[in-house]
Design a protein around this ligand. Structure first.
Ligand code: PDD
Length: 285
């Protein structure tokens, strides 16, 4: 079955779908995106993803190209046409197509919208979670506006590849003060010896993850103590457990940081429980 993409008003075969070479996403990374998990063919935490999308667009002064309800219809339709039961839907909006010039184009230029969806292997994801993943640490080198979910991801690309080159799965950025900010495509968490779950505040240095926000509500419901504060790479190395969160990984246990085992070097009980509980709490629509 060929994959279908939505591109600026048309549902097209992926092989034929294309955008103009003067799209500002292509030339300037001038755009934003969202990734939403699909479960049972339905969208997980869609309203929160759309709210974050609106915020990212408004921070960059890109206009919303269509009503949110219409965008939601398109996302569902792409999922349906690709027959995705488990996987992700990807949405990208750029400032549109215009002759190359750094400054914004005329207000009449319409933003470009692309939506794709693809299946992932649930079994493979579960197998990865059962083993746990290794992370490496890298120096924070991104711009301060990482709260915007911009398609400008070059530092993230390089960090992820650095992790892969070292046989790891994710890279955690460490700021000049020694604090972990987040992963190249996920939020970072640790569990203390006392059983508190720790993650950095979303006030600065990280993307305000949707999975992170839902997990915070789960922690409250399960009466697990949350400490929203920065933690250093040194503290993480001594932690009882560690894990990352993202729409595609949900809660993914971390078993090694910079080749040193975390806790017993196997997925910890709190990480595993949170992974299991997640979809009891997330909004599926
Ligand atoms: N990444 N931090 C960064 C830098 C991210 O790229 C992501 C998500 C997250 C977690 O956010 P959420 O829980 O809303 O997915 C944190 C997506 C999945 C990606 O780029 O593929």
């Amino acid at each position: 079955m060929s994959r279908i993409a939505y591109v600026n008003g048309l549902y097209q075969n992926m092989r034929e779908a294309c955008v103009n070479i003067e799209d500002r996403g292509y030339q300037f990374s001038d755009g934003v995106y969202e990734v939403c998990e699909i479960r049972g063919g339905r969208l997980v935490d869609m309203p929160r993803h759309l709210a974050r999308l609106q915020r990212s667009l408004s921070e960059l002064r890109i206009s919303m190209p269509m009503p949110l309800a219409a965008l939601e219809v398109v996302m569902r339709e792409v999922v349906r046409r690709n027959r995705v039961r488990y996987g992700i839907v990807y949405l990208q909006i750029t400032r549109g197509v215009a002759r190359r010039d750094h400054g914004f184009p005329a207000a009449t230029v319409r933003p470009s919208v692309v939506v794709t969806a693809r299946s992932l292997s649930f079994a493979k994801n579960q197998a990865t979670a059962a083993k746990g993943i290794a992370v490496i640490t890298v120096a924070e080198n991104r711009w301060p506006r990482v709260d915007i979910k911009s398609v400008s991801l070059l530092p993230n690309v390089l960090a992820k590849q650095a992790a892969r080159d070292r046989g790891a799965y994710e890279a955690w950025y460490v700021d000049p003060q020694g604090y972990v900010t987040e992963g190249s495509s996920s939020n970072a968490w640790i569990v203390t010896a006392q059983g508190s779950v720790v993650t950095r505040s979303a006030e600065s240095g990280i993307l305000s993850g949707i999975t992170r926000a839902v997990l915070m509500e789960i922690l409250a419901a399960l009466q697990i103590k949350l400490e929203e504060r920065p933690f250093t790479a040194a503290e993480a190395a001594q932690a009882a457990e560690a894990f990352v969160t993202s729409a595609s990984q949900i809660v993914m246990p971390v078993v090694a940081i910079d080749s040193r085992p975390i806790g017993d070097g196997v997925p910890g009980p709190i990480s595993q429980r949170l992974r299991e509980e997640f979809h009891r709490f997330s909004a599926i629509s």
